[in-house]
Design a protein around this ligand. Structure first.
Ligand code: ATP
Length: 456
């Protein structure tokens, strides 16, 4: 089990600019966080790794980037208006409101009172109105999952790409849930990002593909640096399944606060496309759907062999990007004892996830010749397309190494007097994990770094 505590992560994230409380200067907003200069890089790298695995490395998945504002009818027919809720209990004494499943021994988690109301459903969707008139007809929602737009755009994607089953549509974007008790830093928040794949398969093949995606996703997490032994596959009991699911696996990770869900992999059957399709009665749907959808399109696909139109089944791996960031930080955070009273914090992120790939550090502050060489090296490294290359000018090499260890920069390149005084020009490259240093010719840097960053 990783020994990292939430306090260590929260402190590092603030100190080094990964994650800040939203509206901090006004006392903050509960369950809402902002990603700082390094957090945005890390999050972008996580999303890029997911996108690459889903879209670029495969030939059966297309991408989508749909709107957050969601037509009320979509969330009505998807079942979210009626059922996307948590049972809530109010404490009559302290007036606190809690999720019923978070109440232990019938006592208020805040004040300990047993004077609690019966649980009542509380819808988690953020409601808003679109346009200047604030009436029921103009109600819209901020999407509670990215998936619905994938279903409503199903026909447009199929028509524009000529896809046949099995194939997927993947999307990364913000989702919003009015969580009753946001907590554990960025683990449970009200505004978060999801990376979701809806993988459409032949009815009857769904269980096979559900197993396939469970394995595939565990493999992906391992590639990002989470060891198998820190994860757990939880099979959701039938009674706890979401309103749309026939079966669901949760990939759980050993977070600092416990083994909890990182990603859900649900078998959503033909429930969603079935709900959003016109002429539902033509398809012999397996899921129990709303009758008479107002949809104007048939969300079905032609089975060439059977010469029949079918509503596909859907397997959905759905990852929380914020939970991914938290898991990866938990795993990477390391405190090392260097002996003689010295220690260091190292963020042992995989290199493709590191916010800064290379730091170029001058041995001496404000030395024009050394600084010019640093600028030149940085410009040349940028051409490699490896990601962010940071230029330092602090003049304290030890401090710069410590800072880059803490934010996970895999390599530091130091430019010293030898670099500018001797031919051929050389620099020192220092490795984050081993702290080993080697002298490399500037002319060899592009090949050296290309090879280094190509290795996983
Ligand atoms: P939980 O049981 O933890 O509330 P969920 O089962 O409702 O999660 P899903 O609807 O399956 O979650 O959403 C898919 C993924 O989106 C989750 O595995 C999680 O990583 C992420 N996610 C869901 N709700 C939140 C939230 N409030 N804050 C951060 N991430 C979230």
């Amino acid at each position: 089990m990783p020994a990292t505590t939430m306090d260590q992560l929260v402190a590092l994230c603030k100190r080094r600019g990964f994650i800040f409380q939203n509206a901090d200067i006004y006392g903050g907003m509960q369950g809402v966080y902002d990603y700082g200069p390094l957090g945005v890089e890390l999050k972008n790298n996580v999303k890029a790794a997911w996108w690459r695995a889903m879209i670029y490395e495969r030939d059966d998945i297309e991408g989508l980037d749909a709107a957050i504002l969601t037509n009320r009818k979509v969330l009505h027919y998807s079942g979210h208006e009626d059922t996307f809720s948590d049972p809530m209990t109010d404490c009559r004494k302290c007036k606190g409101r809690f999720r019923a499943d978070h109440i232990k021994d019938g006592k208020c988690p805040n004040c300990g009172s047993t004077d609690l109301t019966e649980p009542r459903p509380f819808n988690l969707m953020f409601k808003t109105t679109v346009g200047p008139v604030d009436n029921a007809e103009n109600i819209a929602y901020l999407r509670p999952e990215t998936a619905q737009a994938i279903f409503t755009q199903f026909k447009n994607v199929v028509d524009s790409t000529s896809r046949k089953l099995p194939f997927g549509i993947a999307q990364i974007g913000k989702s919003f849930r009015n969580e009753i008790t946001p907590r554990n830093f960025i683990f449970r928040v009200r505004e978060f990002e999801q990376a979701e794949l809806e993988y459409f398969v032949e009815p009857g093949d769904d269980e096979k593909w559900h197993e396939y995606w469970k394995e595939e996703r565990v493999r992906w997490w391992e590639e990002q640096g989470l060891p198998r032994e820190h994860m757990n596959i939880y099979t959701t009991p039938k009674d706890d399944l979401a309103h749309y699911a026939k079966a669901c696996y949760d990939i759980e990770y050993q977070f600092p606060h416990g083994m909890e869900e990182l990603e859900g992999i649900a078998n959503r059957t033909d429930y969603d496309l079935g709900n959003h399709t016109k002429a539902q009665e033509e398809f012999g749907l397996s899921a129990k759907v709303h009758a008479n959808s107002e949809s104007t399109q048939k969300l079905a696909i032609l089975n060439d062999e059977k010469k029949k139109w079918e509503v596909p089944f859907v397997i959905e791996p759905s990852m929380g990007v914020d939970r991914a960031v938290l898991a990866l930080l938990t795993e990477a955070y390391t405190e090392e004892d260097l002996g003689e009273g010295n220690s260091r914090i190292v963020l042992k992120l995989k290199k493709h996830l590191a916010p800064i790939k290379v730091a170029v550090i001058p041995l001496k502050k404000n030395n024009e010749q050394i600084m010019n060489k640093c600028h030149e090296i940085k410009q040349n490294l940028l051409k490699l397309g490896i990601g962010r290359v940071a230029l330092e000018n602090t003049g304290n090499i030890g401090k710069a190494y410590r800072r880059h260890d803490e934010v996970g920069t895999p390599l530091c390149i130091t430019v010293d007097f030898e670099t500018i005084e001797q031919q051929p020009e050389t620099v020192t490259i220092r490795d984050r994990d081993t702290m080993a240093q080697e002298r490399v010719k500037i002319a060899d840097l592009p090949n050296y770094l290309r090879e280094y960053f190509l290795q996983k």
